[in-house]
Write a protein that binds this ligand. Sequence first.
Ligand code: SF4
Length: 417
Amino acid sequence: MNTRRVTRQFSVGNEHTGIVKIGGDAPVSVQTMTAGYTWDIDACVAEVNKLSDAGADVVRVAVPQRKDTEALPEILNQTRVPIVADVHFHYKRALEAIEAGVHKIRLNPGNISDRDQVNSVIDACSERGIPIRVGVNEGSIIERKDKERRLEELGKFFADRRQGHMIALMIAKLEEYMEIFEARDFHDVAISAKSIDPRLVIDVYSEISKRFDYPLHLGVTHAGPKETGTIRTVVALGTLLASGIGDTIRISYANDPVYEVEDGLEMLYCLGLRERQGVELIACPTCGRIQVDLFELIQAVRKKLTNAIELPIKVAVMGCIVNGPGEAEGADVAVFAGDRRGIIYVQGVRVANVPEEEILDRLLEECLAFEAKVKAGDAQLGEKAVEIVPPDPIGELGSGKDKIAAGQVEQITIDQS
Ligand code: SF4
């Protein structure tokens, strides 16, 4: 991991939403965007609140129509997270959103480029202390209005389809656009330069980070379905974040945006860029030794523990005892499954041996009890009371019962004294 690159800092939000700092020494924040219509106030409020509950620090909404910006005052009134108005094509939507009290504006240099229009948005933001994200996108970077310039840009693009030209074009547009902000002495700006290609994302942000000291908003645009979008995103954003680049992130899946928030947070936890909130789950991939339905169990454990536990308790769910104890050594709470049973350990101490159908409830019970002990100062996270002693592979977990009954193996016990 490289040291985080130093950037300027600005704040977004107010006392009603809580203030989120972006850039500088602020933790990397997680953003997402609603998937529904902003004008549908009730649905939009419900979605924003759902995303905020999932851990989003900032939520963006699209405002393509007047009725979207008209809905903003009521949406802002009923939500408790900073809201960004995503503006394309119509600079007036930005002015209306600012008037409505939105907390941040996103402008796309690819479709709002008129200097006077940009200046009017900058001035309105400046007056109200609202930051702006300047977001270029690979898909909207090539000139559309000026036919001559479009031909020139397209010509260069098709003559050289390598990434180099696209990177140069994105940076040139950003430099040109940022000059408008510099001239206005407006510096509460974040920059993004997204593409669907993870290699281009890595290269363009690496270049941008050398040229600007504004906070960088990272993203792989239109990353696709979650199943493949996750890899696409982690390759690009994980690489950049690990090299110290990036102040705020947005993952873009063709799926419920709650996944974007969950995966964004998990990536930051894994990189040590955010302090984990809630349970950290470890689970084995299963193999031919498995004797419980571990995939179902781990999903059920995840569902059950996610909202129930606040502290970052490490919970290991292991399919058997072969690697279980070793892999779960660092866990606060662990369960090793056997023949339709599970043995549960807390801080290395065995506390229960229960049938498969009771594993879930007992695990939650033990996690809650452990959390209460930690909160009371009677236990510490990551601390072992004793080393984990593996359960008896044959007798206790019952995995060899049939063989013992058939006289194929002798029953053995492991001395746990
Ligand atoms: S813990 Fe056991 S079941 Fe799970 S992968 Fe390892 S050996 Fe296989």
